[in-house]
Design a binder for this molecule. Structure first.
Ligand SMILES: C[S@@+](CC[C@H](N)C(=O)[O-])C[C@H]1O[C@@H](n2cnc3c(N)ncnc32)[C@H](O)[C@@H]1O
Length: 195
């Protein structure tokens, strides 16, 4: 899909979106791991649920997305709430974050495998990556069907192998499938501290 096509698709989806955006579970449930201050990036932020949580937690936030409709909506919200979020229309495939620029990066429901090395490089020493998206082996129908956007088993562990594993969740169809978050993998990794 071309960038223009993707932009149009997401703009039309966000044009009818309602309600306050929520942060992804990987961030909500592991919020206590965040540093008290620093620079954070919500990459492919959509309406910016992660960006809002990061700013409320005391971080200075960049929020990047292809969709101008989503970015305009996030700008209005952060201005109204006086939150330190800079929301920018940016194609992250062509303009990934620069090396050593963030203490925290959050990516939810967006998968561009070729960006993994740039995300590891963009973390500062001790920095944290929070990642969550859909897996191929779904237990129930929900989320994208294009396999390009679905994770293979343990794939986040491979993509982000240079980071120290801090949190991982991927339970497939194990046990009682009415319990637990099933269709998604959640990862928190940390870049090594400088020695
Ligand atoms: C499923 S949404 C997830 C949004 C948000 N992270 C969330 O959890 O609600 C995927 C997002 O990726 C954005 N996106 C797709 N391709 C992109 C690109 N090349 N650069 C920046 N954003 C992109 C879309 O505009 C859309 O907002």
């Amino acid at each position: 899909m071309s960038i223009n096509h993707a932009q149009k698709k997401w703009n039309s989806r966000y044009a009818t979106a309602e309600g306050k955006p929520r942060a992804a579970p990987v961030l909500r449930e592991n919020r206590h791991l965040l540093p008290a201050s620093g620079d954070a990036l919500d990459l492919a932020c959509g309406l910016g649920g992660n960006a809002l949580l990061l700013a409320q937690a005391g971080l200075t936030v960049q929020a990047w997305d292809l969709s101008s409709v989503a970015i305009d909506a996030l700008r209005l919200r952060t201005a109204a709430e006086c939150l330190p979020v800079e929301a920018v229309v940016r194609d992250v495939d062509n303009q990934p974050p620069i090396p050593t620029s963030f203490d925290v990066i959050v990516v939810s429901y967006f998968l561009q495998r070729t960006l993994a090395p740039a995300l590891c490089a963009a973390l500062r020493p001790g920095g944290l990556l929070f990642y969550q998206t859909f897996v191929k082996n779904k237990v129930y129908q929900q989320g994208p069907t294009n396999p390009d956007f679905l994770l293979a088993e343990n794939e986040l562990l491979t993509l982000f192998a240079p980071l120290r594993l801090r949190v991982y969740h991927e339970i497939g169809a194990l046990g009682d499938i009415t319990q637990g978050l099933r269709n998604e993998a959640l990862f928190v990794g940390q870049k090594a501290e400088k020695r």
